[in-house]
Design a protein around this ligand. Sequence first.
Ligand code: FAD
Length: 388
Amino acid sequence: MRSVCADFLKGEGMYRMVVETRADDAIFLDRLRDFVATEVLPNTREWERNAAFPDWIWPRLGELGVLGMTLPKEKGGTGLSCEAYCDACLEIAKGDPALSMNVAAINALCVGHFDRFASEEQFDKYMPGILKGEIKLAWGLTEPDAGSDARRVKTHAIPMDGRPGFFQINGRKMFITNGGKADLIVLIARTSDTELSAFLMETDQPGFKLERRINTVGVCASNTVQFALRDAVGWHTPCTFDDAIGLLYRGRLAIAGMAVGIAEKALELTIEYAKERQQFNRRLADMQSVQNMIADSAMELEAARLLLKNGSRRYDAGLPIVKEASYAKLFASETANRVTNRAIQIHGGRGMTPDFLVEKLWRDAKLTEIGEGASEIQRLVIAKQVLK
Ligand SMILES: Cc1cc2nc3c(=O)[nH]c(=O)nc-3n(C[C@H](O)[C@H](O)[C@H](O)COP(=O)(O)OP(=O)(O)OC[C@H]3O[C@@H](n4cnc5c(N)ncnc54)[C@H](O)[C@@H]3O)c2cc1C
């Protein structure tokens, strides 16, 4: 019932339930904002320099309920609405976009997968540790030859004799967020020429071979890796490829949240700077071409926010979001890239130095146009929906 918008409700009892849930969401988001201001933003440069998050981050995220945002309360999760979950990804991105990306993916694609497809035995074995941050997660779809064309996955899974539910898995995965730190990976593999499904794979096993850390231009604290699987053992979570991939729709809304957070932070910093910096005996904020850039950024950011709200509220109302998730992700990610680019322009030369956060936000923003379906794929999704 949590997933029904107040506007759609008739009964008072239902309305009360939604209002209560939203009050919980607001309390959660207030605590999260404090955490971002005191424990995330002050460390974002250091985490980037170290190309790693500190070990304390996972139990701390667990304590705050950030690792179970998409899991209903009755299953032990935080039980946020989709709207609040996306707002959480937005708030975290204002402190550290790489952390937001990790949290977005872990919740939508890994915890969401457990919620929908794990057996009681699988859930009971792993979920308590996941929620506490003791079992770290990653989601593995992409391969060297299977990116946007996800159905090209070559990694294959064969049922093991005498071990029902367990499969032997061989293949290679690339660009896996948190893959070098993960204890458990939700992995997509081929079960026949025509079918793919998903498996739970522990990384502490001889068949799991970490091949390399992939260094990226942005979101550098995130541990992105390539790994190979040689007769690795995976535990099947029965679902079709479309079922598993369907989790990406809510995931795309969360990446839109990340993009809006990046753009918001960049615009806030730019407005502060434009009010301070003087040239030709005037503040930058008083110059019309600077004002035009700020006006465009503010307007595009507002539009991105509204597309995100529309998508996440539709999800909460139980309505389809295929097109709306793509609208939000596509527009918000391109907005984040334009807004951060203008932010550097307004900061001038200083904007290109590590003394100002806008250069990092600009680099981090790029991921939002690529991860969880590049912009070109979002346009294909939208075109398919509107042309059908
Ligand atoms: C930092 C980072 C973290 C990531 N984390 C994960 C993760 O945790 N798990 C995971 O599974 N994957 C992850 N990915 C992979 C990501 O999802 C892919 O990079 C993305 O889907 C694009 O695939 P690709 O890189 O192979 O590009 P390609 O598919 O080779 O695409 C290259 C270009 O061609 C365009 N293109 C491709 N097909 C079409 C088409 N039909 N029409 C028009 N244009 C097209 C693309 O849009 C893109 O511009 C991550 C990537 C990065 C960079």
